[in-house]
Design a protein around this ligand. Structure first.
Ligand code: FES
Ligand code: MG
Length: 584
């Protein structure tokens, strides 16, 4: 990674660094900056002629996925110092998926704003972004793209495999699975406690192909990480080495003036979509990658995902799309660079990464060491379609399903809707033995979208009604304007757009209406006449807004719908002129 001293690559001089305005000039302001640096024990030797590198760290005491980031930041600092930079660590909102209510998604854009403004307002020439838990990857990348100073992403890395009684446990997926077994009376309370203690046994993000593993792979495929960094388990010593290497590399990137806008191009976004498909990605990837792409001025839409999904097979045999393996196995099998060699015909190998090299060189020499974990395209775990985008009168702007994680019998299905207006209503009724429901019913949850949720919570894997679980039912067709965890599975149709809260047709659906879904034909239809829908629309009353003040109010006023990526209108790159640099 080291090309320190490659003078021909140096585009920046010490005087043209952004931080020079804070430290270099002679004046009252710069006197203030320098004396305040000295207040912290620094000396001009620490900063003079050196790129100032921010380490934007999403560590916190309540984020198990980033628990190691306090130590890792020290490795990053060492790397920055080795390359002649000046590191400053800036903490940012941590967004621990498992703790932040009502949903970390409510705050993804807040992290994006914080990232952009932290960089803008401080004397920063380059930035190392530290994230990994679901929303942190898109949040950090969105902010860095808008600010467009040289940036390297350090993915937290997946945690080690879970273990219970010698059995491997996967984040999320096995919680749902054993919860149903407990409800069905097939395991004991003591077994359940064993699962609780064994499912998350090291720091790092979820190690199934959830949103975290999907988004870090996307960051990698976009070229914003060191090549292959996303596959390294958090607790592997190679993760420490990668962190130090990223610290060394960012300093050179500042001198080379290699910015996110040089890396994230239309073709690299298409590369990321292809990789997401091959990984059997989380449905959340769609929303985040649309938002990330648009920050880079690349117009991505649902159609791009559906098109890629028809071409690129799922070849990463990682749960929940796969049946056995986890991210740790994926790393030992060769990791992302090895997977990319298998789908290279679907990738633009000329796209560059933070290394400054084309992808062709970044993945040269990568090999698959276990053909069952990283399959060939002729032996995929799912031949077509990690994701499918459906449209119809129930979702005019689209909705999504992950066919690779749902039972074959629901690929083409018609059944009566059972509608819940809120999660509380669903929770109160779902285990009632008198509930009028069969395995052919379509369970519907609405008012759980970006505005209604608010923040589009991960409620889309609606629980199977208790009486059906006891009868052995483990999958049903479910439909909502919510999202679902990438570690979830089942026949769940998500992201119905427009959402019910803003008057999308989903708001007009009633219990008993027939819903037809045809995944191969990409269609979704409610069997209700236009006239009847018009009558229902005239009678529809918009539910109350969830927030009357504060961030939630701003969120509802500015968030876009799922098919547009849920960014804020005023943050989208095209929404206004570039923000000028601070003048004084
Ligand atoms: Fe952080 Fe799953 S809870 S990645
Ligand atoms: Mg998740």
């Amino acid at each position: 990674d080291d090309n320190v001293g490659d003078e021909y690559l140096m585009k920046k001089t010490a005087e043209s660094l952004r931080s020079y305005r804070w430290f270099g000039d002679d004046g009252l302001r710069t006197f203030g900056h320098r004396s305040r640096m000295m207040q912290m024990g620094y000396d001009p030797v620490d900063w003079q002629g050196r790129p100032v590198i921010a380490i934007i760290n999403t560590w916190s005491d309540i984020n198990p996925c980033h628990a190691h980031f306090r130590q890792r930041a020290e490795s990053v600092k060492a790397g920055i110092l080795q390359s002649g930079g000046f590191p400053i660590e800036l903490p940012a909102i941590s967004l621990a998926e498992q703790f932040v209510k009502p949903s970390a998604m409510l705050y993804r854009n807040l992290l994006a704003m914080e990232t952009e403004e932290l960089i803008r307002s401080h004397p920063i020439d380059g930035v190392v972004l530290m994230g990994g838990c679901d929303k942190t990857t898109p949040g950090l990348l969105m902010g860095a793209l808008s600010m467009d100073v040289p940036a390297v992403y350090i993915p937290a890395g997946p945690m080690l495999r879970g273990n219970w009684q010698g059995k491997t446990l996967g984040s999320g997926s096995d919680s749902w699975k054993y919860w149903d077994e407990l409800r069905a009376g097939n395991i004991t309370r003591q077994d359940w406690e064993g699962v609780e203690r064994g499912i998350a046994r090291s720091y790092g993000h979820c190690m199934t192909m959830g949103t975290a593993s999907t988004m870090t792979a996307i960051a990698d495929a976009l070229g914003t990480t060191l090549p292959g960094a996303s596959s390294i388990p958090a607790a592997d010593s190679n993760h420490i080495a990668m962190s130090k290497m990223a610290g060394r590399r960012i300093v050179d990137m500042v001198w080379e003036d290699l910015k996110p806008s040089d890396i994230v191009k239309p073709a690299s976004v298409q590369n990321a979509i292809a990789v997401a498909m091959a990984m059997g990605c989380s449905t959340n990837a769609i929303i985040h990658l649309i938002a990330i792409g648009r920050r880079a001025g690349v117009d991505v839409s649902l159609a791009d995902f559906d098109a890629a999904s028809r071409k690129v097979p799922v070849i990463a045999n990682v749960r929940p799309s796969g049946d056995t393996y986890l991210m740790e196995d994926f790393y030992y099998a060769g990791g992302l660079p090895a997977l990319m060699t298998r789908i290279s015909e679907h990738l633009d190998l000329e796209m560059i990464s933070v290394t400054g090299q084309p992808l062709r060189d970044d993945i040269a020499g990568a090999r698959v060491f276990n053909d069952d974990v990283i399959r060939s395209c002729d032996q995929p775990i799912y031949a077509e379609g990690a994701l499918a985008v459906l449209k119809g009168n129930l979702a005019p702007e689209g909705c999504v399903i992950k066919p690779s994680a749902c039972s074959a019998k629901y690929q083409v299905h018609t059944g009566p809707a059972l509608v819940f207006d809120s999660y509380e209503e669903l929770k109160a009724q779902i285990d009632d033995d008198d509930l009028d429901v069969t395995e052919d019913s379509v369970l519907v949850l609405r008012n759980a979208g970006p505005v209604g949720g608010p923040g589009m919570p991960e409620w889309g894997m609606l629980p199977i009604p208790g009486k059906l679980v006891k009868a052995g039912v483990r999958d049903m067709l479910r439909l909502s304007d919510a999202r679902m965890s990438g570690t979830s599975y089942g026949a769940c149709i998500l992201h119905v757009s427009p959402e019910a809260q803003v008057g999308g047709p989903l708001a007009l659906l009633r219990t008993g209406d027939l819903i037809s879904v045809n995944i191969p034909a990409r269609s979704i239809h409610m069997d209700v006449s236009e006239d009847e829908l018009a009558r229902r629309r005239a009678a529809w009353v918009q539910p109350e807004a969830p927030y009357e003040r504060g961030f939630g109010k701003m969120f509802a006023a500015h968030v876009s719908q799922a098919h547009d990526g849920c960014d804020f209108d005023f943050l989208e790159t095209a929404s206004g002129a570039k923000v000028p640099e601070p003048k004084i």
